[in-house]
Design a protein around this ligand. Sequence first.
Ligand code: GLC
Length: 596
Amino acid sequence: MIDRSMDASHMPPSITSTEGPWWKRAVAYQIYPRSFQDSNGDGVGDLQGVIDRLDYLKWLGVDVIWLSPIYPSPQSDGGYDVSDYRDIDPLFGTLQVFQELLAAVHERGMRLLMDIVVNHSSDEHPWFLDSKSSVNSPRRNWYWWRTSPTAAEPPNNWESRFSGSAWEFDNASGQYYLHLFATKQPDLNWENPLVREAVYDMMRWWLELGVDGFRMDVINFISKVPELPDGAPTDGTPYGDGKPYYTNGPRLHEFLQEMHREVVAGRDAVLLIVGETPQSTTEDARRMTDPDAHELDMVFQFEHVTIDHGQNKWDPQPLRLSRLKRSLGKWQEALAETGWNSLYWNNHDQPRIVSRWGDDGVHRQTSAKAFGTVLHMHRGTPYVYQGEEIGMTNPTLTSIADFTDIQSRNHYAEAVEQLGADPEKTLTSMRPLARDNGRTPVQWSSETNAGFSDAVPWMAVNANYTLINVDDQRQDRNSVLAHYRELIRLRHSSDLIALGSCRLTHLDHEQLYVIERSYQREQALIIANLSTDPADVPDDLRRPAELTLVSSNYPDSPDTPAGMRTLRPWEALVFMSYHAAATALGAGEGTVRRRS
Ligand code: GLC
């Protein structure tokens, strides 16, 4: 095995601080390959397409790329249903192209994370085929098979996260298997040490190829309460709530520590391991990201992206800004001393932020920049999801044919076809938060199919691509793209932004998002009006202080906090003390002072 623990050649040049691990100053970028860039004219994005766009990512300032799954897969859940963990789906390329990609990423001083999906495999993975082949198969116990007392009823009342029972009946053996997601995604049985060893072996194999870390898919579901007890009944459904029995289960920390020992130990300094951990509390996250625990470096928590869910995600509610601030403020506080936050608004499972909580009409650009500013000025590692940096919006999803995601389609089928719900009402409830919103192809240019592909794209390009695209925004100093680039640069050039303490204030205010940062003797004040109405600035925020403006999304914002009276719609300002501002802007302190 190649020991790269001491190898500094992989260190991106932009990350030079000696304080703490490299990823504390890094900005990550998520690629959902099927929608990123098609290079071979089949309407689906691929690895060569990613290679072709690496210079763009470097120009943007990206340090680390997270690649959503590219393994062989029946693609029933966009590749999160893996049928071979050690190869590349022909849809995306070959292992050789993957190695070219990895080399090209490293040449540019960036790093690459693989998406590891091991709570479940595809039902077409040889492990499952073997497991299913006979009750006596040596791999039977690699998955969760159960006999039900009454064969007509599943072994317990858990609901699949993609609708319906979490159990699928297998005629041949008369047993059921567990699938927390689609029926084609059977859950692996982590109680079995052979499963764990097979997973670790596979992860080591990717590290030997040279990847720089992993994003671990729903990793906090791997330990289940082995008795798989019924969950408490959930109102209005025939199911019980199984989450308490499969989320952050009894052996989770043991498994994560074992994984660390078997895969990561000795290379901690160069790798980044990020876990996707739905339903985790701040306490869970602190435990998992405590460096002394040797589990994960950071997690994706879900509290802030479920804040506008009513009964569930199909019951969308308007955002209350005070709730968002209380939530993210709590996470900042909880992980201030121990652990680390990842920061995100968007990914392939979320609608576009500018459509979700911004204004994708009149104030599209300003509100996209405001959300960028707010996110990037927190303490933590920001993740930019492809297209977010140009303010891509939700598409128009008219009929069920426009939804391609299995979660959306299963929900519609259950609601309309099985339960007789009104089709139009069902679609109305699905449009705001469906995962399809985040999956339209990246809008590169105003050419055919937004420059994504020469062929008909697998999913329709958003009709607004002539208005919103990378090419145009690269020419425009005031674009959303230029703003994101500036935000990334601020993190790289400023210890205050990367490492400083972070406190949210004015929590009850329903328009203003206010963040105070401080590091050694330097300070920053971030204030954003996250609404379409003007917002009066409270007097205490205008207090005379030695702060100067370093970023704004209006051309004529005041140079000092004292100059603020009313913030205009979606106006977002970053002020810093002179020395910090000079460092952040790469200017002499005198230049910065003269601004005020
Ligand atoms: C994660 C992925 C999501 C996928 C699910 C099952 O939440 O982000 O896209 O459907 O896990 O693998």
